[in-house]
Write a protein that binds this ligand. Structure first.
Ligand code: UGY
Ligand code: MN
Length: 247
């Protein structure tokens, strides 16, 4: 169906944003070559982290140093590699990497058309907690656990839940008709990418139909709820800030 000109599902408000692929506009990001970069969530929006979508063209690559920022990278599509601490790690759809602050990194795509989701956050050290190590893993290695006892709403926790980590990234998969059990309102902030399926997201007091490819920013205390709809499961990957003193 052709979209009516001048119409969009995109919404940017003080407490949340919904961004849909037909409205994405690329921008330049230092260190990346032969790629299309979309900065989807950033401090310019009011967030305290960045959510990037990198589409790798032929010979696509990115290199630099993470500096004060930690990176979480998830491969949406395609294959490639990342070099950290002089070690090369292969990447394929479903692979993910956590790369701590202060590391040299070099991403390379294989062929054309890979897609990376990247969350970036300034790392906040915590006295006595130690520093997180790099992680290279695949989503298939992480078993989904029923969320608050619901077998039809399963959560895969991709990073370690220890005080050294100040970010969490999880994949939530819902069978059609399954919901978040209540309308959450919490201090943590979220960045989210719909990976598959569709449903309705409640954001603040508004209800939005959403589907694979959509991106949502939820500010702290934005009331939020989701119901999966349609004939296939819906899943999303999301970021949240954790384990630090709000003061
Ligand atoms: O971890 C969470 O806060 C999660 N339950 N939120 C969400 O899915 N919107
Ligand atoms: Mn939440």
């Amino acid at each position: 169906m052709t979209e009516l000109f001048g119409a969009t599902r995109n919404v940017v408000k003080d407490r949340y944003a919904l961004l849909t692929p037909s409205g994405f506009v690329p921008s330049f990001l230092p260190g990346w070559e032969n790629v299309t970069c979309n900065v989807l969530i950033s401090p310019a929006m009011g967030a305290r982290f960045c959510q990037l979508l990198i589409t790798l063209n032929k010979d696509g690559q990115g290199r630099g140093n993470t500096g004060k920022t930690e990176f979480f990278v998830y491969v949406i599509e395609g294959t490639g590699s990342v070099i950290v601490d002089e070690k090369k790690h292969r990447l394929e759809a479903g692979s993910y990497a956590y790369i701590p602050a202060g590391k040299d990194i070099h991403f390379q795509g294989t062929g054309n058309g890979g897609k990376l989701l990247i969350f970036q956050k300034e790392y906040e050290p915590l006295a006595g907690a130690g520093k997180p190590e790099a992680i290279f893993a695949h989503e298939r290695e992480v078993k989904g656990q029923p969320f608050l006892g619901n077998e039809d709403a399963r959560l895969q926790v991709l990073l370690y839940d220890t005080p050294a980590f100040d970010m969490a990234v999880n994949i939530f998969t819902y069978q059609p008709g399954a919901t978040l059990p209540f309308v959450e309102t919490h201090v943590m902030e979220h960045g989210l990418l719909m990976l598959q399926g569709q449903g309705v997201y409640r954001l603040d007091a508004d209800y939005h139909p959403v589907q694979a490819g959509d991106v949502i920013w939820m500010a702290p205390y934005c009331p939020q709820w989701f119901v999966a709809m349609g004939k296939t499961p819906a899943s999303y990957i999301y970021y949240k800030d954790v384990n630090r003193d709000p003061m």
